[in-house]
Design a protein around this ligand. Sequence first.
Ligand SMILES: *[C@@H]1O[C@H](CO)[C@@H](O)[C@H](O)[C@H]1NC(C)=O
Ligand SMILES: *[C@@H]1O[C@H](CO)[C@@H](O)[C@H](O)[C@H]1NC(C)=O
Ligand SMILES: *[C@@H]1O[C@H](CO)[C@@H](O)[C@H](O)[C@H]1NC(C)=O
Ligand SMILES: *[C@@H]1O[C@H](CO)[C@@H](O)[C@H](O)[C@H]1NC(C)=O
Ligand SMILES: *[C@@H]1O[C@H](CO)[C@@H](O)[C@H](O)[C@H]1NC(C)=O
Length: 585
Amino acid sequence: MAFLKIQRLVLAAALSLTAWILLGQTDFVPQQTGWHIRTYKYTPSSFDWANRTQSHPVDEASMTRLPAGDPRPLPPIQHQFTSEELSESHNNTQRERRNAVRRAALRSWRAYRDHAWGRDEVTPQTLVGRDTFAGWGATLVDALDTLWIMGLKQDFRDAVEHVAAIDWDKATSEACSLFETNIRYLGGLLSAYDLSGERVLLDKAVELGDMLHAGFDTPNNMPANGFHFAQAKAGKLVASLNEASAAAGTLSLEFTHLSQLTGDPKYYHAIDGVKRALERTQDSTNLPGMWPVFIDLQSSFFTPGTSFSLGASSDSAYEYLSKMHALLGGLDPAYEKLHTKAMATAAQHLLFRPMLPPSSPPTTDILFSGTVLSNGKIIELIPEVQHLGCFAGGMFALGGRLFHNASHIAIGEQLARGCAWAYTAFPTGVMPELSSIIPCNTTTQCTWNETAYQTATTAHGTPHRPPPPPFTAVLSPGYFLRPEAAESLFVLYRVTGKADLLEAAWGMFQAVEKATRTRRAYSAIADVGVEGETGRVDSMESFWIAETLKYFYLIFSEPELISLDEYVFNTEAHPFRLPKPGVKQ
Ligand SMILES: *[C@@H]1O[C@H](CO)[C@@H](O)[C@H](O)[C@H]1NC(C)=O
Ligand SMILES: *[C@@H]1O[C@H](CO)[C@@H](O)[C@H](O)[C@H]1NC(C)=O
Ligand SMILES: *[C@@H]1O[C@H](CO)[C@@H](O)[C@H](O)[C@H]1NC(C)=O
Ligand SMILES: *[C@@H]1O[C@H](CO)[C@@H](O)[C@H](O)[C@H]1NC(C)=O
Ligand SMILES: *[C@@H]1O[C@H](CO)[C@@H](O)[C@H](O)[C@H]1NC(C)=O
């Protein structure tokens, strides 16, 4: 992740019983049968956002609808695994690895279940509940699809029973983040619905979608990320003058999927306005092709900013461009153009090869994505390595497949391997949140320059501990259980079929498991440079089960489990089912 009513079909008891038996017998059921199973009592929220009077309504006639036509066949995304490749890489070794990941997920889930049920998070050391995302049970909703995929069906059922009674009108805070609520809660519900067909999940998604849709009820219909409940009810929200581009660009998949599942175009219409603003501004920013990290949404998408990155606060705005192309079955050409131009600019200006010590194997062919400062004339690369930016490998590879650009698949692999390498460079085997390193002058080669290394290291002042070469500084030494590096290894493995990526992922999982394990769960750590108990931070965010452990589990599973040819992942690792080619929405 990054930085953010329907009629009821009551099935005959016998039918739903049969469905549950069928569902319970397999490890995963990727088929949505068209049966809407209802086994839970649905309790509607106490406020109906769908019936709120809008301050800035869109009239029915001018509403943008989902693109008409039959979804096109997309190019194959996954590597065509041969039976030899499958039997070699999916033998007992992978099964044991996948079970180790499942055990980690189960420990984490049980700690949450036993000590924080219904709260947003469990604190992994002190084992109490904490509300960090409005108190609707962030970990519970975020974990639903992981539980399903891992075959933890009883845990899934217990969680759905709780979800069926969530009241979005009972929040523990006055406001929530539109972005976070969208990716964790709405994304979690939609994906769990796609996988299980359980109707109550869609009912709750619609309630929540109706609430979040009020985030677009602003004077210019741009989204207000600071979703203040009372102001939203009164229709007084205003978009921010200085908003993270990710907050604007990371609503599209979820809103589109909600329109696909309900047939109601209002969600899709809302995010299509953001797309048009992205199109309108793409060529006229200070780094044409990309958008600044922060955007003035209040002045209708004004983009004077000078900082550009694929990391914090802008990441998933880029991630969603190619994914929207896929979710719309290739029917909106705008997303391909947006993606292609953005990636060409990123490849030219943001990506760099790090200067590596002479001891590194000459085959270490890696790239990182940095930050660029540009005023339109002078372009300067800041060679910072963000853990959040590690998703970019997967993004380049997916786009490379969707839009037939082999060099982008190669770039994706170099980026994914870059983050995997960075993990191994630190004492715990885990990469820090933010570090810096020396860029080579070209993306193809360079040799170690000790003078340059010493100069750059000194320039960062005197840290309490020198950074491990070749890093010149560790600017934020923690690891917060983040998924992005595992995510890119997963995508690259599925796309290329290269078996050594499984070994890299296993090394990464073991290091993370060891460095973050607590008595009952797993916790963020304060410093990846220090081994042992000392540096624990008492936090286990919902993305640990939702994303990190899901990607590790999937990479060690058969490639058909949540195939990238059938699903597209939202930025919180929630798989949404892609439309079937030729089948009308
Ligand atoms: C909105 O309210 C009206 C009357 O109060 C009701 O008939 C209608 O079903 C409500 N719509 C939704 C979507 O709940
Ligand atoms: C089993 O998988 C491991 C890890 O991918 C691989 O190294 C090994 O060769 C495989 N064993 C067999 C018998 O295929
Ligand atoms: C792949 O993308 C690059 C921009 O990064 C572009 O220069 C190149 O022409 C593209 N290749 C193909 C085959 O489209
Ligand atoms: C890049 O080129 C500059 C100027 O020639 C040189 O000072 C610097 O050391 C080079 N950097 C690397 C990593 O080779
Ligand atoms: C090594 O780096 C120093 C300082 O950046 C630079 O002056 C020098 O030219 C570099 N040497 C080479 C061979 O690039």
